[in-house]
Ligand binder design. Structure first.
Ligand SMILES: Nc1ncnc2c1ncn2[C@@H]1O[C@H](COP(=O)(O)OP(=O)(O)OP(=O)(O)O)[C@@H](O)[C@H]1O
Ligand SMILES: [Mg+2]
Length: 199
């Protein structure tokens, strides 16, 4: 990667504090991790709608969506996956500076990815939400039909089947979507986020 030299940051006249006061809430990054089909996107988008309806600034960064644009040039190799997470975390850092509550719905299977995201965003603004669900239930859901294809060997390096998933050791919140209703999981996450962003 090219290294930029002799570039100074320009200090704007609107501070993060100003934006927080305008919005009436803090900004932070809520990083959802869990295997495919665990419920990251479903929960994040439901919570986004609830926050929006309360006039709060929230935005979901979704794995599938960023790969159509911001990260459309990246493959699924280990280096490209790292770059994928790095870019998302950098964008989230900008969004938090802008006062937005960011919800990131990425499998982010390895601890090292999540550690990097935490470092880029900054410890004080980063919360990890573990969307836990057994592989068995996720395979039954098979929302995208990819588990079947992975079992048939049509997709290689599929998390949970042929590629590892490191569950977080100390997530800030756990939702167990194979034991909770969608409403329970959404309400749990919403309450957690409101508690962290309340002034
Ligand atoms: N408690 C729950 N929380 C979230 N989703 C649930 C829950 N119970 C059942 N579901 C269902 O599980 C499925 C989760 O799919 P979803 O696309 O959200 O998963 P994902 O984690 O975003 O997967 P991927 O990593 O492939 O994008 C949905 O069909 C949803 O309705
Ligand atoms: Mg998803």
């Amino acid at each position: 990667m090219a290294v930029c030299k002799n570039i100074l940051k320009f200090r704007g006249e609107v501070s993060r504090e100003d934006r927080k006061n305008l919005n009436g809430h803090r900004a932070a990054v809520f990083w959802f991790t869990g295997i495919s089909g665990s419920g990251k996107s479903t929960i994040a988008h439901c919570v986004e709608k609830r926050l929006f309806d309360c006039a709060m600034r929230a935005y979901v960064f979704d794995g599938d969506n960023v790969r159509h644009g911001l990260c459309s040039d990246l493959s699924f190799s280990p280096t490209a996956r790292t770059e994928n997470i790095r870019r998302i975390a950098e964008v989230c850092r900008l969004f938090t500076d802008n006062g937005t509550i960011c919800m990131c719905a990425f499998i982010s299977p390895l601890k090292e990815y999540r550690k990097m995201a935490r470092e880029i965003v900054g410890e004080a603004d980063f919360y990890e939400i573990y969307v836990s669900c057994s592989l068995e239930v996720c395979e039954q859901r098979d929302v995208k039909g990819y588990y079947k294809m992975a079992r048939e060997g049509k997709i290689k390096n599929y998390t949970g089947i042929s590629a590892p998933y490191d569950a977080p050791d100390e997530p800030d919140l756990i939702v167990e979507t194979d034991r909770e209703t969608l409403e329970e999981s959404v309400s749990k996450v919403e309450a957690f986020i409101l508690d962290k962003v309340r002034l």
